[in-house]
Write a protein that binds this ligand. Structure first.
Ligand code: FES
Length: 82
């Protein structure tokens, strides 16, 4: 089962965390299931980008983004290539 390491974030996860999630689970779903309550304004219907995260390691293990996702991310605040 994939392991997701969450770096400390003052608002969402001050101590950091390490969690496992079944393959195919979105990072947003995994965080919410472990009570790390990141914003998700459209309830994960891919319409808002408030749930976007920065992946520091393991980016290559993720499915490639789709064109609609890239178009939405172009409007996201604090966007980084990863
Ligand atoms: S909650 Fe993820 S795109 Fe809106």
């Amino acid at each position: 089962m994939p392991i997701i390491k969450i770096l400390p974030h003052a608002e969402y996860c001050p101590q950091g965390a390490e969690l496992s999630a079944p393959a195919g689970t979105s990072i947003c779903e995994a965080l919410l299931e472990h009570h790390i309550n990141i914003e998700h304004a459209c309830e994960m219907s891919c319409a808002c980008t408030t749930c976007h995260v920065i992946v520091r390691e393991g980016f290559e293990s993720l499915a490639p983004s789709e064109e609609d996702e890239d178009d939405l991310l172009d409007q996201a605040w604090g966007l980084q290539p990863n």
